[in-house]
Design a binder for this molecule. Structure first.
Ligand code: FUL
Length: 478
């Protein structure tokens, strides 16, 4: 009888352990935030009145007659973006000077007043069509700051902005991201606007519920805190979103996100391929090189953010050949660098313990972000160990957490041993969606990843090893 009972207990506990799922820890990303994070890399297009007046910020007094691209071709933008591996394009439908790239009913300052296509043109429409043709997503940048609009600085302006949102959100098909700029200066009458953020957010939630909204504090995705193309090494997607607002002067204090933040608002790195956001002929030879874009990628996508790379379209209405060459060079580098050198068949991945058969070591090399390895609850020092039967020339370790279950890891270290006996110890804090740790390129023989602190039972969804190279086929990391 005792034996039967004991066996029953054993069988039951086996099934409990077998089927037990690890609970998520809040805050959690929504479905659309998870989908957005998977995009990783997409483009920004700054093309508007400033392109023709050769400035970065217009004053709102520019004549619409300036806007006259000679060869505008949104299909060229989309073709290049697609070939460059971007997943979408976000267009400056209206910048701070107030000029609208589509014939809005709520401003008199738009393409409708320009000589381009005799005032019958609509850049947003052309880009929406081109994106559809090339399988790209479309995003909208609509500057709340408007240095032209006579209503700016009054309550009416909030309603006008919301009406413009409605036009953009209802006339051009699906939108994947809505971008609010944090810049807020004076309007034409010297007044500043108090923005009605709840109204603006409700417009997107109503007309494009699948679109994520970007601003300094979200609500869905947030500014990284600089425009130079990198995220900070420690990066939490959770943040106390309600303590900050667009243009918040002490934003620096929030740039790492917060371990115990109230909301999930992952960072986006926005950076231009040239020094300026808009096209200036004098910057034709200042386009960032593919090597520099690769470093930006590692410091953005490889640090728990997405990369929004701006391409300034020129006065013809085309992407300049220097920019497109660099974008293609960058795509080529990613292709040559970002394939996993860990072959599960020959390089043995071992773990210190396994929670149950749902969270096995196999999940670490399946490239699937929704499956993960987890150690036993009582494993006080969870370790992932990789021994190479043949050492592998590499310079980057990539780790991922399954973000759908929340961000957990607070600190970890990586020990690397090269074939020649050299050793490194890398100490780091967060992983998040993706973390790339670079080290001097060597033939690597052993790697140990030690999970030290975590907010809840730790989970790792993927481990990969790369050799990231420059255009000269040398290591990008010496
Ligand atoms: C900034 C703006 O002031 C720049 O002109 C540009 O649009 C950049 C993306 O955001 O805050």
């Amino acid at each position: 009888m005792r034996i039967i009972l004991l066996s029953a207990v054993y069988v039951c506990s086996f099934f409990v352990a077998f089927s037990q799922q690890i609970s998520p820890i809040s805050p959690l990303p929504s479905k659309k935030q998870i989908q957005w994070q998977a995009l990783e890399y997409y483009g920004f297009v700054h093309f508007n009145m400033n392109t023709f007046t050769n400035v970065e910020w217009g004053e709102g007094k520019e004549s619409p007659s300036n806007f006259n691209p000679t060869a505008l071709d949104c299909r060229q933008w989309a073709r290049i973006a697609k070939a460059a591996g971007m997943k979408g394009l976000i267009l400056t439908a209206k910048h701070h000077d107030g000029f609208a790239l589509y014939p809005s009913k709520f401003t008199t300052h738009s393409v409708a007043k320009s000589p381009w296509k005799n005032g019958k043109g609509d850049v947003v429409k052309e880009l929406a069509q081109a994106c559809r043709e090339y399988g790209l997503k479309l995003g909208i940048y609509l500057s709340p700051w408007d240095r032209f609009h006579p209503a700016y600085g009054t309550d009416d302006y909030n309603k006008i902005y919301a009406e413009m949102q409605k036009e953009l959100l209802t006339q051009y098909g699906p939108i994947f991201e809505f971008w609010y700029d944090g810049a807020n200066g004076e309007g034409p009458n010297g007044k500043k606007q108090v923005y009605d953020w709840p109204l603006f957010h409700s417009m997107v939630n109503k007309y494009q519920p699948n679109a994520v909204q970007f601003s300094d504090n979200g609500p869905d995705i947030r500014w990284v805190g600089n425009e130079r193309g990198y995220n900070y090494e420690t990066s939490w997607s959770p943040i106390n979103r309600d303590e900050i607002y667009p243009g918040y002067p002490q934003f620096d204090r929030y740039k790492n996100g917060q371990e115990n933040g109230s909301h999930w608002v992952a960072p986006e790195v926005d950076v231009s391929i040239r020094p300026g956001w808009y096209y200036h002929p004098k910057e034709d030879n200042k386009v960032k090189s593919p090597d520099s874009l690769m470093k930006i990628y590692v410091a953005s996508v490889g640090r728990n953010a997405n990369l929004l790379l701006n391409i300034p379209v020129d006065t013809r209405g085309l992407i300049h050949p220097n920019d497109s060459a660099s974008m293609m060079g960058f795509a080529e580098l990613r292709k040559k660098s970002l394939f996993n050198l860990l072959k599960p068949s020959s390089n043995k991945i071992q773990v210190s313990s396994t929670f149950n058969s749902t969270y096995t070591v196999k999940n670490l090399s399946d490239q699937d972000v929704s499956s993960a390895w987890a150690p036993q609850v009582n494993d006080s020092k969870p370790i992932v160990k990789i021994n190479f039967t043949q050492s592998v020339l590499s310079n980057t370790l990539m780790l991922q957490e399954p973000i759908a279950l929340g961000q957990r890891i607070k600190s970890f270290s990586v020990e690397i041993e090269a074939e020649n006996g050299e050793k490194w110890l890398i100490k780091a804090k967060t992983i998040g969606n993706k973390r790339m740790l670079t080290f001097p390129e060597r033939k690597v023989k052993h790697i140990r990843i030690i999970l030290e602190e975590y907010r809840a039972q730790p989970l790792i969804s993927n481990v990969a090893l790369y050799r990231i190279i420059s255009t000269r086929n040398e290591s990008l990391y010496h």
